[in-house]
Design a protein around this ligand. Structure first.
Ligand SMILES: NC(=O)c1ccc[n+]([C@@H]2O[C@H](COP(=O)([O-])OP(=O)(O)OC[C@H]3O[C@@H](n4cnc5c(N)ncnc54)[C@H](O)[C@@H]3O)[C@@H](O)[C@H]2O)c1
Length: 316
């Protein structure tokens, strides 16, 4: 997607945490290609990439390591330049480490990076939250959404520590805006993928749509996630914002109306949902960030855009 903010000002540096990770790799490349001087930080060594101006290695829960990463980024920021922060470092799912470590690492790294960003008068912070912040995706039980499509005002239903860590990271961002005045944008991403990772997910959902019900079949192409980050860095905003950023369709071959009838028959549908339409409402991303995903996986159907919508069943 190209909006009205196609390139960053030349004197703009960005510190990207989690730069060695899957999303960090795509985001650092995209921001470097669109005008930023990019410094990558991670607990792991960040592999050499020509688009990185510098790297910093350390545990970003540790204030000293965070200060060192900011020192490295500020050395690459001209006196009249701006420093932005993109915080992607996290344990990206439950079960990788135990639930206490997931909560500790995700919330402490967000808090520590955001406070240092505030102290250093960083221009803007963009962070990776998750669609799982709602609490459905990684719950140990089926929970029905209170309504669909899910917008950013949906009640918090979290019963897992990863979802809680993302709720708390969003709160840490709101706190940072209050404490330091820094503009913060937290992007609620669903499953992100491209290439073999995306193909594997699509095959899993095709084989067994029910298995993905708690994620509501939501997805976003990695290139669109990187573009959402760029859009969040450049949109004309102040204050704190939580923004859904999902593809406009699902990862399922079945029509969304069929998925709803099979899995969420009682849930109120508050807006028209296209034949394969997403159950996450990303209109705020379009309105505030001028962001619209542009990468799809579906072969266009003859029925196309005029296809029937999933009917509204109950309105409050
Ligand atoms: N990939 C997805 O489908 C998805 C979906 C929604 C949200 N997210 C969020 O996007 C972000 C990036 O996810 P990803 O898929 O690239 O994950 P990833 O695991 O590939 O990358 C995360 C990186 O963070 C680093 N990291 C972890 N703890 C750290 C610490 N204490 N200090 C420094 N670095 C640390 C890891 O070394 C890793 O390189 C995460 O915040 C994740 O929760 C990802």
């Amino acid at each position: 997607m190209t909006g009205q903010h196609d390139t960053a000002p030349t004197a703009r540096t960005v510190l990207v945490t989690g730069a060695a990770g899957g999303l960090g790799t795509a985001v650092t490349a995209h921001l470097a290609a669109t005008g930023w001087t990019v410094v990558g930080a991670d607990a792991q060594p960040v592999p050499y990439r020509a688009h990185l101006a510098a790297t910093a290695q350390g545990d970003l829960c540790d204030p000293a390591a965070v200060r060192a990463a900011f020192d490295t980024a500020l050395e690459r920021t001209p006196p009249d330049g701006l420093l932005d922060v993109v915080h992607l470092a996290a344990i990206p799912a439950p079960g990788i480490v135990d639930e206490y470590e997931t909560l500790r690492i995700n919330t402490m790294s967000a808090y520590t990076v955001f406070q240092e960003a505030g102290r250093r008068t960083t221009h803007r912070i963009v962070g990776a939250s998750s669609a799982a912040a709602i609490g459905l995706a990684w719950a140990d039980r089926d929970q029905a959404p209170r309504y669909l499509p899910i917008d950013e005002n949906h009640p918090d239903l979290t019963v897992d520590s990863y979802g809680l860590s993302k709720q708390l990271s969003e709160q840490a961002a709101a706190f940072t805006t209050r404490r330091w005045g820094t503009t913060t944008v937290m992007l609620r991403f669903p499953f992100i993928g491209e290439g073999p990772r995306l193909e594997a997910r699509l095959a899993e959902v095709a084989d067994d749509p029910a298995a993905n019900r708690r994620e509501l079949w939501a997805w976003l192409h990695t290139k669109d996630a990187a573009e959402a980050v760029r859009a969040a860095l450049t949109a004309p905003l102040t204050g704190h914002h939580v923004v859904n950023a999902a593809a406009p369709d699902t990862s399922a071959q079945l029509p969304t109306g069929d998925l709803l009838l099979a899995h969420y028959p009682e849930t109120a549908i508050l807006a028209g949902i296209g034949r394969h339409g997403s159950l996450f409402d990303s209109t705020r991303a379009q309105r505030l960030l001028d962001f619209t995903p542009s990468h799809g996986w579906r072969t266009p159907e003859p029925s196309g855009p005029g296809a029937p919508s999933a009917p509204g069943r109950r309105r409050p």
